[in-house]
Ligand binder design. Sequence first.
Ligand SMILES: *Cc1c(COP(=O)(O)O)cnc(C)c1O
Length: 467
Amino acid sequence: MSDSPFPSVDALTHRAFRHHDEWADAWGAFDRHDAVGVDPDRLDRVFDAYLDRLEDHYPFHHPRYAGQMLKPPHPVAVAAYAAAMRINPNNHALDGGPGTSDLEQDVVGDLAEMIGFPNDTLGHLTSSGTIANLEALWVARESHPDRGIAVSADAHYTHERMCGVLGMEVTEVPSTAHGRIDLGALRDVLNREAIGTVVLTAGTTGVGAVDRIESALELCRAHDARVHVDAAYGGFFTLLARDAAPDLDHFPAESFRAIARCDSVVVDPHKHGLQPYGCGAVFFRDPAVGRFYQHDSPYTYFTSDDLHLGEITLECSRSGAAAGALWCTLQALPLSPTDGVGAVVAATHRAARRWAEALREASRLHLLLPPETDIVACVPSTAEPTLSAVDAASREVFDAAMNDPQDPVFTSILQMPADALTTLRPDLRADRDRAAVLRSVLMKPEHETHAGDLVAALDRHAARVLD
Ligand SMILES: *Cc1c(COP(=O)(O)O)cnc(C)c1O
């Protein structure tokens, strides 16, 4: 074994595949059928072509990539996924994935504890945050069939779309310039309309803002409304709100702690849990909502009276490898406030603060708002103080910074509404409804080391194209 703390995917997968081979040998060798054979020359050509096609991506693994919420999974997750995928267990039923269903129950327990939910929490993994939110909204509808859903303007667009799928009434609650649900507006909506469930967000997709969950929750309880928290992006930041976590000024710890008192929560391990895509999770504080899922399957549940995960999920087939990869990763990098995943999100949060600090020193870029998680938004300075000028300049800097072969910096474009932008930068005149701003997602811990240099490079690109 190597002494490096950075695991090698090659070594781990090699070990896993050798282990499987030993296991398969016990059953006796058998010849594969010709039908699944491939001509070796053809395979060679196919694989070359495939590797070429894969070149057509941005360097998501590199610190210079600070664009969208994208990064490769941890090597432990890759190897653990490959090891289980070779068996291809299905966590729908214990028949299909006995071992990986157990691992799923373990990680669901660990994640429930992380968000502060009780031991008997009902929860499971899903294919994505979208499906996890769909299930939470479906339980919201079954809990209050004659009442609607309230969602903030900065919540993920999936809520409105999934409410459409479910045939539910949606009321949009305005958000503040900082991207958080406007509590006064929420109070008005709750007074005026029959709302069954309010959706709050811990880490918005736009600027990583965290709704003031502790205050919103009180309002909702006073109006007998349930609360669902979409923590698909920000869920793992709850680790930084624990008592043992390092002290972080201005971190919305109180809001993260309040998640423990809400009714349902979605967390995406394929965002900040170091996993490959195909891994979301949903949790219900009241296990009695399991009754909504009740169904009988004529062909699936015969091996035992124990709970089959398919009995508490809307999806049927689900990857057991996803559960295995998450289990293995969280054993290696635990859900601790000071270590493992906690140390990763702490580093990304510090990276965002450094990025913001560096923007305060920049000559051609202006920080828009202090980061609450690990996403930072800024605008270039423009000769004309208008949103049209900001929109054009943001796009120019975005393009120039990304396309410089020597010194590239990858950011992303966020469309910000005019009222938010002019509140954050009162010197700007609103001559249009919205404008592009530069958004950086600093979700790799390595961003902590490189933030200062990357902002300096972005500032140079801005000077180059705008002067
Ligand atoms: C990513 C995200 C979603 C959607 O989840 P997917 O896993 O992409 O389907 C929903 N809400 C928030 C806040 C997100 O960041």
